[in-house]
Design a protein around this ligand. Sequence first.
Ligand SMILES: NC(=O)C1=CN([C@@H]2O[C@H](COP(=O)(O)OP(=O)(O)OC[C@H]3O[C@@H](n4cnc5c(N)ncnc54)[C@H](OP(=O)(O)O)[C@@H]3O)[C@@H](O)[C@H]2O)[C@@H](O)CC1
Ligand SMILES: [K+]
Length: 509
Amino acid sequence: MRLELLSPMEMAAVDRRAIADGPFDGLALMRRAGTLVAAEVLVRYPGAAKVHVLAGPGNNGGDGYVIAGLLAESGFAVSLWTSGMPRPGSDAALAAAQCRLERLSLLEFTAGPDELVVDALYGSGLSRPVDGDAARAIALVESLDLPVVAVDLPSGVSGDSGQVSGSAFRAAVTVTFARKKPGHLLLPGRELCGEVVLADIGIDDAVIGEMNIRIFENDPALWRTALPVAQVDTHKYRRGHVGAFSGGPSSTGAARLSALAAARAGAGAVTVLSPANAMQVNAAHLTSIMLRKVSDAHDLAKVQANHPPSAFVLGPGFGIGEKARAFALDILGDGRSNGVEGLVLDADGITSFRDEPSTLFAAAGLEAAPALVLTPHEGEFGRLFPDIAGDETLSKLDKARRAASLSHGTVIYKGADTVIASPEGRAAINANGVPWLATAGSGDVLAGIVAGLLAQGMPAFEAACAAVWMHAEAARRFRPGLIADDLPAALVPVLHELRGQHPKARPQG
Ligand SMILES: NC(=O)C1=CN([C@@H]2O[C@H](COP(=O)(O)OP(=O)(O)OC[C@H]3O[C@@H](n4cnc5c(N)ncnc54)[C@H](OP(=O)(O)O)[C@@H]3O)[C@@H](O)[C@H]2O)[C@@H](O)CC1
Ligand SMILES: [K+]
């Protein structure tokens, strides 16, 4: 799987390196790119009454000249609309010189129903907001509801951030080259790209390998080998023990959702850690999940002394305040020496640190601290990282990476385009989410899955990526109608399948 995501700048560096190394020069790469886009058009829209190719002044436009020529040779009626001449001597200028079609000015652009648009105005070289003739063409195409095949990126969509600059095409298909860019996965870019096709234009994987890329699309290939595999001789505590903190008597459900999810994710034992006044409510709803009273620091110390959980979930339904801060700092301070692998801080656990985030970050940064995993949605992210959240020059990917570095934690920045970032700089963008996953309690389940995997010894970044993907995959398979209570059980077939593909897969004991 080619999961690395290249920023437009990295892609340009890869292009330069590939051209320097050979065997293909820039024009050959461009011809290949154009040929592969033309092939997609042929396969997908063989009956198009007419194809409008819009070619810009850079190499994206160069691809457009190649595409227009090939489609005309294949028998399509092609109109070639250009905006600005390619720089003399550039690959685009060479491609333009080889294209014999009449050039119409984008200024005059017009189209009719049942026609197709190939958008080769701007790709990774987008340098300012799209306006003027290009914006007018975009509006006309949108009003006619014409299908658009975008070359590399829909014009107007930033390859770095997925944000729209000025206006942007909404493509049915986007054909990109060598590797996807973050803008193909981050919103709103992901929606505007339509289906993303990755075309191999002949750039050697080794050239990309040398770039030491640390940003990926989240996919099982990224973490499958790190998934815990139960051994035959295992016993319940060796399969990991999760402690999920419950809130008071009227808010216990969230912790139970986390607990169930942790158990379904494979933790051998799960305990709900409940304040005294919520013990009865919790007891009435738990069967396989254990229950212990933890009202204060003294109770927590007792839990830590005897079969301590190897991972904790703190936050779902817990309540905001000093108790959450004290418990979190206690667990981080207690350290790995006591067998604690990680703390998942979610919801109220995050909000509890809004006035003193540096205390949390300092505790997570101590050498002996267990892994901290933070799971903020946008609002919670802004509470914990106000300066990063408020910086409009940063993409969601940049924000998550900075937050991870600042907090010394793995950050799961949730949303329809969840970004997972590790403190040492790795990041993954998730793309298998479905709208019906946004349901009450869904976040509690995610926190539980992360803790379940951490408790079994899975490293934090891999556990976070795996949890986000499995959570979404379980929801996708369940289909609409899903409520959070359905999710823990819906994880089981997903995990079975993943484990079946594990290189060390063996019968489960
Ligand atoms: N060998 C390779 O490199 C290969 C590259 N390939 C292809 O090249 C593409 C990247 O090419 P690229 O770097 O030339 O950038 P591109 O997207 O054409 O835009 C730059 C031009 O557009 C202009 N411009 C930008 N924004 C604008 C705006 N809003 N409104 C108006 N003008 C605007 C900008 O103007 P400037 O900023 O210079 O003033 C400049 O003239 C890549 O996406 C892929 O399709 C493939 O062929 C495979 C091999
Ligand atoms: K484009």
